[in-house]
Design a protein around this ligand. Structure first.
Ligand code: HEM
Length: 415
């Protein structure tokens, strides 16, 4: 695949790869590439705050700045690209606003000058009014040298939060995992087409391509160790990804002033909202247990609309697994199993990463909290305790992740 195609494919938050057409013409649609990182002039007040977020949060001044912000109309936003950029900007401001004082100083109301435009942009995109993977990673990168390669040395984030280089590394390494997945996404469309056409050679090639992509994703995930400090991730970054659903630190949710008098509850940002693994699971016919499947399905509501539609379309397609089983073709079975095995290994490796960045880091943070003189607030580096053994969605992390890994393994086709 050419690098240009990869760029278009991973920048899905802004431009999007989308499975389109009937199953017979499943194609990845490359949409126009843009390097826009600023909103039009009327949105200067949002951009000014967004570019200063780490300093405003660390000095506890963000909430006051938001209160002074004018309520802007969303009518000057043009097209999906500007809408996604606006959603990214408003999501980061909202997470900073809510979590500025840590889990002990949350708010119950998001002020109307932020809540109303945020709601309108979210409605236009079919995204929830909270930071999602599509904002945090997919829409949040730019090339330093516009003609340079799509490698971490030439990449930067657009909007940031406290966490410095570790936050930048967390976002960009996750982006590299998405980039590694791109040939796999294209292989899905080829595999589904080949299944319909009963074209064994093309199907075999597509499955090999998919397995290679998942193996490359695992290799990309390893780079987390080089760029992200576990203590900074756990004590500084993680709270800003937290949501207000099933979160003891915000048991009542959040009132979006001017939108609804009732408090609303949304899960925080997580790569569980990345379309990639959902798409692979659907293609390979992986069946997760009921409770974990329910959580994962709920995460689809946090994907951009076309991504959700893509996953649903794969789900509705003829079963690849049944096709491979019925074909009695050992070559296809081996290639299919190589995909399942690569997906299982990816998930096992992900558990190792989560152990390092959450479980081990949590134990160290607990020890630190017990020290005399520990202070509140993320700027003090005091880790949240409400989410200690829970994922951003409130799930019990290790039971959840191991169940998903084990049911993936059960997807193998035996000889
Ligand atoms: C420091 C790095 C990471 C940590 C600490 C981490 C943590 C977690 C946690 C706690 C969950 C449980 C669900 C939730 O909280 O929402 C989760 C789920 C998940 N994460 Fe990560 N994650 C990391 C990096 C990544 C990356 C780079 C990817 C790939 C793009 C990824 C993909 C997933 C997926 C797909 C799930 C859903 C479970 C599954 O399908 O296996 N994670 N992660």
């Amino acid at each position: 695949m050419q690098e240009g195609e990869q760029t278009q494919a991973i920048s899905s938050g802004v431009q999007g790869w989308v499975g389109a057409g009937s199953l017979g013409t499943f194609t990845a649609l490359p949409l126009p590439l843009s390097t826009k990182t600023e909103l039009p002039a009327p949105y200067g007040p949002w951009m000014d705050i967004a570019h200063e977020l780490p300093q405003l949060i660390m000095s506890h001044r963000l909430r006051a700045r938001v209160h002074q912000m004018p309520q802007l109309s969303t009518q000057h936003l043009r097209g999906r690209e500007q809408l996604h950029l606006a959603h990214l900007v408003l999501s980061f401001i909202t997470m900073g606003y809510v979590w500025q004082e840590g889990e002990e100083g949350t708010v119950q109301v998001l002020p109307r000058n932020l809540a109303v435009p945020y709601w309108e942009v979210s409605q236009a995109l079919g995204l929830p009014p909270i930071l999602s993977h599509a904002d945090f990673v997919l829409a949040n990168w730019r090339r330093k040298d516009p003609h340079g390669p799509l490698e971490i040395e030439n990449l930067d984030t657009i909007i940031t939060l406290p966490g410095g280089d570790s936050l930048r590394g967390f976002i960009l390494v996750t982006l590299l995992v998405e980039k590694a997945a791109v040939p796999g996404i294209k292989a899905i469309t080829q595999a589904l087409g080949a299944t319909l056409q009963r074209d064994g050679d093309t199907l075999h090639r597509a499955l090999e391509e998919l397995a290679g992509a998942i193996e490359a994703m695992r290799a990309a995930l390893r780079r987390m160790h080089d760029y992200v400090d576990p203590e900074v991730f756990y004590s500084v970054i993680r709270i800003f990804l937290s949501g207000w659903k099933d979160n003891p630190a915000m048991p009542h949710g959040l009132v979006y002033e001017g939108v609804s008098p009732e408090a609303l509850a949304f899960s925080g940002g997580s790569a569980a909202q990345s379309t990639v693994l959902h798409a692979f699971d659907e293609l390979l016919g992986i069946c997760h247990r009921q409770d974990t499947a329910a959580f994962l399905h709920r995460m689809r509501d946090y994907m951009p609309r076309p991504h959700r539609a893509f996953v649903e379309r794969i789900r509705g397609a003829a079963s690849l697994r049944q096709h491979v089983l019925a074909s009695g073709d050992a070559r296809l079975r081996l290639a299919f199993n190589r995909c399942v095995s690569a997906l299982t290994d990816f998930r096992s490796y992900h558990i190792t990463i989560v152990t390092k960045y959450i479980a081990t880091a949590a134990a160290k943070a607990r020890a630190r909290r017990a020290e005399p003189g520990a202070r509140a607030g993320p700027s003090a580096g005091k880790a949240p305790s409400a989410l200690e053994d829970k994922g951003t969605g409130g799930s019990h992390i290790f039971t959840f992740l191991k169940s998903i890994r084990d049911t993936t393994r059960e997807g193998m086709i035996s000889a």
